[in-house]
Design a protein around this ligand. Structure first.
Ligand code: GTP
Ligand code: MG
Length: 370
């Protein structure tokens, strides 16, 4: 599934390319040229703005999810916390994660992270943490919602010089909707313009009054530049995680969520997935979105091959028939023949839909690729 270009999308919508570029710039603050590929997320935003809707057949994974019963008597064991960094664009989410990697992981023999995948695993003396980084750009609402839904704890990053901004609020709303605890990281305290008191006041005004001001929110001053406060932030995260007593069933077919996926020239479809239940093993047959396949190889975030992945562990998987979408769920299916049947039927539906004429106000994603 090659993402659609600006030119093609404009053509499908019978609008001038320059108008679409203008729309992308003004409404989504995205600088795009005419041959640039747009992500599904952006395409969906454009369609919505122009009164269209994406209509897709039900995904095989959703069918399996419905069929699958939550079994009883599984063996529940502890798992490491999944922590998602969210916040306004440029407030320092990625820099903080970089710093956490450098200061912490460098000390540890087995731990580590990599930037190839959107998820990072860090091993601390007191245990592992899986970190998810999300974009702050306003166009990526869906990605933030997914980040909030796949996580145990949200770290809301707010730059202390900038203060609370639109996507700070939006990220906070996602975290609230997902019902996960929030820790505030007041970042960039090294900057002369940083104003922590003003930020605390702002936090109070949106219902996140810090503890030291009589509220209930843990708000930690940090700097991704100097490293100040990062140890304290990690401590707070681990403390919160301990209180959550996170557990997952281990002895069942693995399932989880696709963090990101791409087509690799040498390796074929490569998906970064987060295991949420069960233990994923090499050779397992999985359904992910509209795709399926046998797990050929798995890599941890250090790019080392591994044979199994535990709950909370992010892994890169090869062997799928095609590229699933970020946010798709994946499931291990024992009845491979049945699974193939379902997937093939849905693939066929997709193909058939491709040939149907466009209905007004019912533009399908496949139609865009014709
Ligand atoms: P998006 O992913 O686009 O939402 O941005 P982000 O939140 O990941 O921000 P990123 O880490 O890319 O940082 C944005 C800019 O702020 C970069 O130029 C960083 O170097 C700078 N920056 C981040 N943290 C700090 C900090 O603690 N102090 C200072 N002085 N600069 C920082
Ligand atoms: Mg970033």
């Amino acid at each position: 599934d090659v993402p659609i270009t600006v030119k093609d999308l404009a053509e499908k919508l019978s609008m001038r390319t320059s108008d679409l570029i203008k729309f992308l710039m003004l409404k989504l603050k995205l600088l795009a040229n005419i041959n640039q590929s747009l992500s599904h997320e952006i395409v969906a935003e454009v369609l919505k703005a122009y009164g269209y809707e994406l209509v897709l057949p039900e995904k095989p994974d959703e069918i399996v999810r419905k069929v699958k019963k939550a079994g009883k008597g599984e063996q529940w064991k502890g798992r490491s916390p999944i922590v998602t960094f969210m916040g306004h664009v440029d407030h320092g989410k990625t820099s903080l994660l970089d710093m956490i990697r450098r200061t912490k992981v460098a000390e540890s023999e087995h731990g580590g992270i990599t930037q190839h995948i959107g998820a990072y695993e860090v091993k601390l003396p007191r245990g592992r943490i899986t970190f998810l980084d999300t974009p702050g750009h306003e166009a990526f609402t869906a990605m933030r919602a997914r980040g909030a839904n796949a996580t145990d704890i949200v770290v809301l990053v707010v730059a202390a010089d900038d203060g609370i901004m639109p996507q700070t609020i939006e990220a906070y709303d996602h975290a609230k909707a997902a019902g996960v605890p929030i820790i505030v990281a007041m970042n960039k305290i090294d900057k002369p313009q940083a104003n922590v008191d003003r930020l605390k006041k702002q936090l109070g005004s949106i219902g996140l009054l810090p503890e030291d001001w009589g509220g209930k929110t843990i708000a930690v001053g940090v700097s991704a530049k100097t490293g100040e406060g990062i140890d304290h932030l990690l401590e707070m995260i681990l403390l919160e995680a301990e209180m959550l007593e996170l557990k997952a069933p281990y002895d069942m077919e693995a399932s989880g969520v696709v963090i990101e996926a791409k087509m690799s020239k040498g390796r074929g479809p490569v998906a970064t997935i987060l295991v949420q239940q069960g233990v994923l093993k090499e050779g397992d047959f999985v359904i992910a979105g509209y795709q399926s396949g046998r797990v050929r190889a798995m890599f941890n975030d250090l790019r080392q091959p591994i044979e199994e992945a535990l709950p909370s562990q992010p892994v890169e998987v090869t062997g799928l028939s095609g590229v699933p979408e970020a946010g798709d769920h994946f499931y291990v299916v024992r009845d491979e023949r049945k699974a193939r049947e379902i997937v093939e039927q849905k693939q066929e539906e997709l193909r058939r839909q491709r040939l149907e004429p466009l209905h007004k106000n019912h533009l399908r994603l496949e139609d865009l690729h014709k």
